[in-house]
Design a binder for this molecule. Structure first.
Ligand code: 13P
Length: 254
């Protein structure tokens, strides 16, 4: 199965740094892996222009829950699509925390994304306190139930499991933890959507780097990785990409 390697640049990057990064990523990409970069909205048009003819796709970092309207400072899914995006991240924990986004709002954003022809990358994940209280599985199952649009087709969306405590902390769950929770997410999403479990793709995010990417990508139920800080360093992101390409080449691995 093709792995997804997705870079979330967050609120970092300018025209000069983005151009250097894009050149390196585009040169390393091939058809074996689906590479997606999600730059800040202000760089989207330039980035899609630089990537014309390459294998790398572009995504937004958020879209509004409405198709349009008087929403100063916001961006609609259709606007992202017009800039050349194919994906959009919705419900990232940083937005859930800083902008008070609820599961219901995330669901509306994902619906708008799909209506505009974008594949939403729907983020879920428990906090450190929830994990400590033994609630990780219950929390993600509820997020799946409440954040996934009612009608979704296979291949039109991704789920991203990003434990909040792993983001930017240098800490990651063990691979057996990741395998367990991904299996739980896949079965919850299959129940919710009526899709076969093998049509549900869940990427992992949270402190992914060049040193741990190979191990995480080889874990059962991991369809790819959503990378923050390491996606801003060309060498590091390219080596994560290479790990996925190598795994895709190995006939013993799926
Ligand atoms: P880090 O890779 O910096 O931990 O960030 C993960 C993330 O939030 C990706 O969306």
């Amino acid at each position: 199965m093709t792995k997804f390697i997705i870079g979330n640049w967050k609120m970092y990057g300018n025209v000069t740094s983005a151009h250097m990064l894009i050149e390196a990523v585009a040169a390393a990409a091939n058809a074996r892996v689906e590479v997606v970069v999600c730059p800040p909205a202000t760089l989207l048009t330039q980035v899609t222009g630089w990537l014309a003819g390459s294998k790398v796709q572009v995504g937004g970092q958020d879209c509004h829950a409405a198709a349009g309207g008087a929403h100063t400072g916001d961006i609609s899914a259709a606007m992202l699509k017009e800039c050349g995006a194919a994906y959009v991240i919705v419900g990232h924990s940083e937005r859930r925390a800083a902008h008070g986004e609820t599961n219901a709002e995330v669901r509306k954003k994902a619906e708008q994304a799909m209506a505009a022809g974008l594949a939403p990358i729907i983020c879920i994940g428990e906090t450190a306190a929830q994990r400590k209280a033994g609630q990780a599985k219950a929390v993600v199952a509820r997020q799946v139930r409440e954040s996934l649009p009612e009608k979704v087709a296979a291949g039109r969306f991704l789920l991203a499991y990003e434990p909040v405590w792993a983001i930017g902390s240098g800490k990651t769950p063990t691979v057996s933890d990741i395998a367990g929770i991904h299996a739980h997410i896949i079965s919850a999403a299959a129940r919710e959507t009526g899709l076969a479990p093998e049509r549900i793709f869940v990427v992992y995010g949270g402190s992914v780097n060049a040193a741990n990417a190979g191990r995480i990508l080889a874990t059962r139920g991991v369809a790819g990785v959503l990378v923050g800080a390491a996606s801003l360093k060309a060498e590091e992101f390219v080596s994560i990409l290479r790990a996925a390409q190598t795994a895709a080449q190995d006939p013993r691995r799926k």
